[in-house]
Design a protein around this ligand. Sequence first.
Ligand SMILES: Nc1ncnc2c1ncn2[C@@H]1O[C@H](COP(=O)(O)OP(=O)(O)O)[C@@H](O)[C@H]1O
Ligand SMILES: [Mg+2]
Length: 405
Amino acid sequence: MSANRRQTLGVIFGGRSVEHDVSVVTGHQIMNACDPARYDIIPLYIDRDGRWFTGEPLRDLKSFEKDIPALPGVQNVVLSPDVRQHGLIINPLPTGLFAKSQSLRLDAVFPAVHGSHGEDGTLQGLFELTDIPYAGCGVMASAVANDKWICKQVLQQNGIPVVEGLLVHRRDWENDPDAIVTKILNAFNFPVFIKPDTLGSSIGIGRAEDEKLLRVYIDVATQLDRRVIIEKAITDCVEINCAVLGDNRTVRASVLEQPVSWEQFLTYEEKYLRGGEGMKSADRLIPAPLTPELTERIQQTACDAFKAIDGRGTARIDFLARPDEGVFYLNEINTMPGSLALYLWRETGMSAAQVIDKLLDLAREAQTEKRRSTYNYKTNLIALTASRGVKGLKGAKSARSNNSL
Ligand SMILES: Nc1ncnc2c1ncn2[C@@H]1O[C@H](COP(=O)(O)OP(=O)(O)O)[C@@H](O)[C@H]1O
Ligand SMILES: [Mg+2]
């Protein structure tokens, strides 16, 4: 790809996720931060039902107050998993006499979807099939980070401090809630946190001071997820977030932020609805008022955690800390953070455009590295099986002939 040719970049936002709205804002922040001299932006919007759309009107946030499918200039689109397309099929099912579909090659894709069906490895899986370079973490790191329980296990294995917790399956809760409550009361004192295992943006999160609230919050969380985490509440703590940028060889940490919460914990409202520009406008202290020593330990732990999940691209890593005691726990890893944590990199001296360029460089490097592995292993197995007949078929045939199947 010649350096001065503008790259065709698909930016994907929205999604079949409870964090749909947050993603629409993040997607627009990313599209607006891309250097127009370098990128030809193709907006790719996935609505709450999982339908894909493209078209210039999707670059305007006001369009999301209207009926998107009916908007002039908006078309259905699919990202083809077939490597020959290396991109999009626009208007895949043309209706009308003269209507036709068309292909559009993409040089890279930038996912800005938070949570389910976007930050959890599923969208990344599609990108791997398309063989198009994509920004952000790969399939495994996305899936591990998005699953709070599995992430806790991996971090513990790597000696990273996490909050004690236990896992509740929806089915077990429905079958015998009393047994589950007993298990929790034997493990923890109140207060405890109740969290859907794979969601985000504080949706479905509860803080229970007593058994009655515990049961209510588990009921809520099991409506949103089949697995729920119960965690000891870390009291008298502050939240400290650190963004990272890089891959499993070199990772760089941002300055630290301390989000300010007036409630019992950082709610969706506090994260997104205060300033009206998503995560970018939440109340926070930057840099977080910590000693240089504690700052460095948290930054180092963030980098270690990113490497432990084989992270690539970026993530915002959130901690719960007791600065006076010099104690902290890694709470969660967001591989597609709100507003891409661009505000943290700005404070670290990197512009939004520079962060985006870096993420796409990392995406291309990852693809080059991937292409060093061969996925081709030729054998005569098919010919052999063809000559011998597929096992089990014979049995089925004779079974079918005497109607025993
Ligand atoms: N164990 C805990 N102790 C104290 N506060 C917590 C704990 N777990 C979560 N919180 C609070 O709840 C908020 C949301 O929890 P988090 O695990 O980050 O879920 P989400 O993925 O929805 O952001 C955190 O930002 C923090 O304010
Ligand atoms: Mg969080």
